[in-house]
Ligand binder design. Structure first.
Ligand code: ZN
Length: 177
């Protein structure tokens, strides 16, 4: 950040009084512009033991497979974000169930949150951000072509929980490689 989003003056980076980290501070209007992690929210959409994955039509990771997910918007709940992203990317109507995984990705300042979800029908199609959308049983998941480690971890937890007959809530972190 170079200029204050509030008044347009140049900002400086320094530790404000009583704080412990450097922030973008505007000496013109006095605003302190805090930067905090973003929440990426999605679903693990199931139909009869198979999961709905999307092949990305956008960078990063163009052509790789992922679960439907995206940045949460202001003025929506996490469950609403999960539902919206799933509809946008796959055209699928889902019933959003319990939160399933929450994984911190500190090197990119993100937290990824996935809900379990049930497809209401088989009316799915590629959205603008997907090359294709398809259902996969565990043995057919393209494990080497999964876009993000948080998605790979979430898929592995899901199939393991299904085999064990009980779905939990899984937390974790991924670090920079
Ligand atoms: Zn300002």
């Amino acid at each position: 950040m170079r200029f204050c989003p509030n008044c347009g003056a140049a900002v400086v980076k320094r530790v404000p009084p009583g704080d412990s980290l450097p922030r973008y501070v505007c000496d013109s209007c006095g605003d302190i512009h805090y930067q905090n992690p973003k929440l990426v929210v999605g679903t693990v959409p199931e139909w009869d033991g198979r999961l709905l994955l999307c092949r990305r039509a956008i960078e990063p990771r163009y052509g790789y497979w992922t679960l439907p997910a995206g940045f949460m918007e202001n003025d929506e709940t996490t469950a609403q974000a999960a539902l919206r992203e799933t509809l946008e990317e796959t055209g699928a109507q889902v019933e959003v169930a319990a939160p399933f995984s929450m994984i911190s990705v500190p090197h990119v300042n993100q937290v990824h949150l996935f809900y379990r979800a049930r497809l209401l029908d088989l009316e799915f199609r590629s959205g603008a951000e997907s090359l294709e959308v398809a259902l996969f049983e565990e043995a057919r998941v393209p494990w080497r072509e999964i876009a993000f480690r948080t998605v790979g971890l979430t898929l592995r937890h899901w199939f393991a929980d299904r085999r064990n007959g009980a779905f939990g809530f899984h937390t974790g972190d991924v670090a920079a490689r």
